[in-house]
Design a protein around this ligand. Structure first.
Ligand SMILES: Cc1cc2nc3c(=O)[nH]c(=O)nc-3n(C[C@H](O)[C@H](O)[C@H](O)COP(=O)(O)O)c2cc1C
Length: 199
């Protein structure tokens, strides 16, 4: 039986580390979860820079692409555009129980910390906060400024899990694939236990 939330919002924003987001998507699909997939324009640019994956820009075509890419069941991965205010993640009554922003740019981190809600990713995170749902952010920047750290502290104090993209090396990885795998394992540990434990 699946542990943790059945439906998860996964948002990719324009920080380095699009591989993390793609692999987390793959992992969630393999665990037979329903994924509401959101991606910013900047994340698409970063993904084109960092990977061979070229996402179609329109949500419907992107959904078909990601369904095939991950081997998901029809309807298991749902893609919503950044201005789709009617999408389930935009409303407290229909939003999934958990949301992960992976990777999370410092821009989106700041917008979440101030409740800007200027696009669907920011709105979905705002909904997760106001509804006190599980929210996990995977920020990536180096070095972090005091502004980034203050935003992270503010959100952490609100119950958000700040899970920086800083993989461990305990398993003596020989290549990048191993490093990503280690970090993904960390993300999955956060999502796998009962949601209540993390709230
Ligand atoms: C190739 C590339 C790499 C970037 N890497 C980072 C990064 O690691 N962390 C970060 O916070 N921003 C990074 N940025 C800048 C963000 O993409 C930019 O601030 C953008 O406005 C974020 O928008 P979003 O939060 O809507 O995705 C990068 C941009 C590009 C083009």
């Amino acid at each position: 039986m699946m542990a943790g939330p059945e439906r998860i919002t996964l948002a990719l924003t324009g920080a380095s580390g699009s591989q993390y987001g793609l692999r987390l998507l793959d992992c969630l699909v393999q665990e037979e979860r329903e994924v509401h997939f959101l991606i910013s324009k900047a994340a698409q640019l970063v993904m084109a820079t960092e990977t061979d994956v070229v996402l179609p820009p329109k949500p419907q075509a992107m959904q078909a692409f990601l369904t095939e890419y991950t081997g998901a069941a029809p309807g298991q991965v749902r893609v919503f555009g950044q201005s789709d205010w009617m999408a389930p993640p935009a409303s407290g009554s229909s939003a999934p129980a958990a949301m992960v922003v992976c990777p999370c740019s410092t821009g989106t981190l700041s917008a979440i910390a101030t409740g800007a809600s200027n696009n669907l990713i920011e709105r979905a995170a705002d909904v997760a906060l106001k509804e006190r749902r599980q929210l996990v952010l995977v920020p990536r920047e180096s070095p972090f400024s005091s502004i980034h750290l203050e935003n992270m502290l503010k959100l952490s104090n609100l119950g958000v899990t700040i899970l920086p993209a800083s993989p461990g090396f305990y398993h003596q990885p020989q290549h990048l694939h191993g490093r990503c795998g280690s970090h993904r394992a960390g993300q999955q540990q956060l999502l796998r236990p009962s949601v209540g434990y993390w709230l």
